[in-house]
Design a protein around this ligand. Structure first.
Ligand SMILES: Nc1ncnc2c1ncn2[C@@H]1O[C@H](COP(=O)(O)OP(=O)(O)O)[C@@H](O)[C@H]1O
Ligand SMILES: [Mg+2]
Length: 212
């Protein structure tokens, strides 16, 4: 019998929805229950491409909008061999943002169609589950000041939220909307339940290809 593969579980949402908090908790609870799991995040700022993205986000350098979109996509692609290796070892990946953020952010800029934005990510390993942490922007704003990075303004975050709503209409993706306005533990319980289901379901199916 072949080894059960791990699942790809993605958390999406606007800034301060609680993605990083919940990714860390999910990995911990899965591990505590004997389920192999590791966290991934995008952008992954430690690679060469990631460093370019990071200094762009910190407003330390300017990049042309198409170029930066392609760099974000390249940053996902460069991690694909490692992701596949882990999945084949039976490790589930809990991913803090993925292609959906990439598309939602660039397509919130003027002159970018959803279709153009999706193209570079077509064929990435397809998530078995994508949870959208939903909080209204005013609730998110109460969780603290926006930082000083690019995109961290409420007007831009509102536009991003609208693009996510469009992406969530895609029935080829296993979207689950999570009410992330609740306390951290209640949100976690919900996320854990969806994740266990996805991990069990993914185990004996091949890894899919995103948007193909
Ligand atoms: N359910 C929640 N209720 C209240 N505050 C939260 C909740 N989840 C996260 N936070 C807080 O909100 C801030 C943003 O959380 P974070 O996980 O970094 O969000 P994201 O990664 O989506 O930007 C942090 O200070 C975190 O402690
Ligand atoms: Mg975060």
């Amino acid at each position: 019998m072949t080894c059960r593969r791990g699942a790809i579980i993605v958390l999406e949402g606007v800034d301060k929805a609680g993605k990083t908090t919940q990714c860390k908790k999910l990995v911990q609870t899965l591990q505590d229950n004997g389920v192999p799991a590791e966290m991934f995040r995008f952008p992954e700022r430690t690679t060469k491409i990631g460093q370019l993205i990071s200094s762009y986000l910190e407003n330390k350098n300017n990049l042309e909008d198409h170029t930066v979109h392609l760099l974000f996509s390249a940053n996902r692609w460069e991690l694909v061999p490692l992701m596949k290796e882990k999945l084949e070892q039976g490790i589930s990946l809990v991913v803090d943002r993925y292609a959906f953020s990439g598309v939602a952010f660039t397509s919130a800029k003027p002159g970018f169609s959803l279709d153009w934005c999706m193209n570079p990510d077509v064929g990435l390993p397809k998530p078995d589950l994508v949870m959208f942490l939903k909080v209204n922007p005013s609730e998110a704003a109460r969780r603290g000041q926006y930082g000083t990075e690019r995109y961290e303004t409420s007007a831009f975050q509102n536009a991003v939220q609208q693009r996510f709503e469009k992406l969530m209409k895609d029935p080829t993706i296993n979207w689950q909307v999570i009410d992330a306005a609740r306390n951290i533990e209640d949100v976690h319980t919900d996320i854990m339940n969806h994740s266990v289901n996805a991990i069990n379901k993914a185990a004996n199916t091949p890894i899919g290809e995103l948007w193909k």
